[in-house]
Design a protein around this ligand. Structure first.
Ligand SMILES: NC(=O)c1ccc[n+]([C@@H]2O[C@H](COP(=O)([O-])OP(=O)(O)OC[C@H]3O[C@@H](n4cnc5c(N)ncnc54)[C@H](OP(=O)(O)O)[C@@H]3O)[C@@H](O)[C@H]2O)c1
Length: 355
């Protein structure tokens, strides 16, 4: 827990998977240090009981409730607030904590990993999620973008795109922004079971998923409007995106392929050169030779992209870790920037590969 030498970091999302990944990244971070973590169901309980793999770092750490976290936040002159709470819950909690920190004169930046602040209007959020937004007046304080697609946030707080959105946006922003393609973009992606969170439900239960592969919500996944909005903000172009997500028989990682018709005939090497230029100086994106492999990025903040083209059409293959690049790591990248730190701080560890 915080010794005051580093910027205190607070986490919402308790015993959840993304929360655990935030704690893992904070454990090795040179500039941030965990100061408090909220648990709705296990306040007072040991962090290590929920995350045994983090026992060596947080041996004495305990979850706190919202009142305690709020009091700690008010005492910190500056702090980072990461939210990995569920959508529909995050907005009101974040709003309360931001208001409280503001009244105490604290400098606070928040990165929300839920969907609550990804849309520019409460009406759009409500249309997608089917319930009222928890803090509509806060929406203007958040910007939703990948750190690869926006150099500086114009707002004090950031909403990180979802994990499938992260993979899709990395592929389609160069296609749209550089005018490479025309017509629909067809995306097909496979995600690991941690993408569904800690609580088991029938469709994501291990015996159902193990040694199996199946699509869900084909052509009507609720993250599509979010991806289109983020792509438009990054490129100025409204994508015609058709997306089919799949559940894969592994715990971590996303493999996603986007296919589209090329506007003019191009060889794979030409398309790859456009992608390499687009992501030049983006430390976590690598354009690889041949198809990328998930094992090379899982449990890291790196995204690998591979490009194939046959003259008339292009296929872009992306691999990311859903919990890291698609959630906790991308959020850490933004938080580093919001505090003026090197965006790579605490995130450069390579993938273990043989998990
Ligand atoms: N999993 C992914 O790959 C992924 C990727 C990108 C974005 N996200 C987003 O990140 C967020 C967390 O995802 P996750 O996969 O970590 O979910 P998760 O494993 O289901 O964890 C969410 C946690 O939130 C806490 N929580 C539940 N109800 C709460 C409430 N009423 N108030 C406060 N806390 C509450 C619970 O922990 P306590 O009971 O201990 O509080 C729960 O374990 C979600 O918004 C999700 O959409 C997830």
């Amino acid at each position: 827990m915080s010794d005051g030498a580093r910027t205190p970091a607070f986490v919402l999302g308790g015993t959840g998977y993304v929360s655990g990944e935030l704690l893992r990244l904070l454990a090795g971070h040179p500039r941030f240090e965990l100061a408090g973590i909220l648990s709705d169901s296990r306040a007072g309980g040991a962090i290590a009981a929920a995350f045994p793999h983090l026992q060596s770092v947080y041996a004495d750490g305990r979850f706190v409730d919202l009142e305690e976290l709020e009091a700690m936040l008010r005492r910190a002159p500056q702090a980072a607030l990461f939210s990995a709470a569920p959508h529909g819950v995050a907005a009101a909690m974040i709003d309360r904590l931001l208001a409280s920190a503001q009244s105490a004169g604290a400098r606070l930046h928040c990165v929300d990993i839920s969907a609550d602040f990804r849309y520019r209007s409460a009406a759009v959020y409500e249309a997608v999620y089917g319930h009222a937004h928890g803090a509509p007046a806060r929406i203007a304080d958040f910007t939703c973008a990948l750190p690869e697609h926006l150099a500086t946030s114009p707002t004090p707080h950031v909403a990180h795109p979802g994990c499938f959105a992260t993979a899709t946006l990395l592929a389609i922003a160069p296609l749209l922004g550089e005018g490479l393609t025309e017509g629909p973009l067809f995306a097909s992606g496979v995600t690991g079971s941690t993408g569904s969170g800690r609580k088991p439900v029938e469709g994501t239960h291990h015996p159902q998923r193990h040694a199996d592969l199946y699509a869900y919500n084909p052509l009507r996944h609720r993250h599509v409007p979010e991806i289109i909005a983020c792509a438009e903000a990054a490129t100025g172009i409204t994508a015609d995106l058709r997306f089919v997500p799949h559940s894969g028989p592994f715990a971590r990682g996303i493999h996603l392929t986007v296919q589209a018709r090329l506007r003019k005939a191009m060889a794979a090497a030409e398309v790859r050169a456009v992608f390499a230029a687009y992501y030049a100086n983006r430390p976590f994106v690598r354009i690889v030779d041949g198809p990328p492999r998930m094992k090379d990025v899982v449990a890291s903040n790196y995204a690998h992209l591979g490009v194939a083209a046959d003259g008339a059409s292009v296929a872009v293959m992306v691999v990311v870790d859903n919990l890291t690049k698609g959630a906790a790591g991308g959020a850490m990248q933004w938080m580093n920037r919001l505090f003026g730190f090197d965006e790579r701080a605490g995130l450069l560890a390579p993938a273990p590969a043989w998990t």
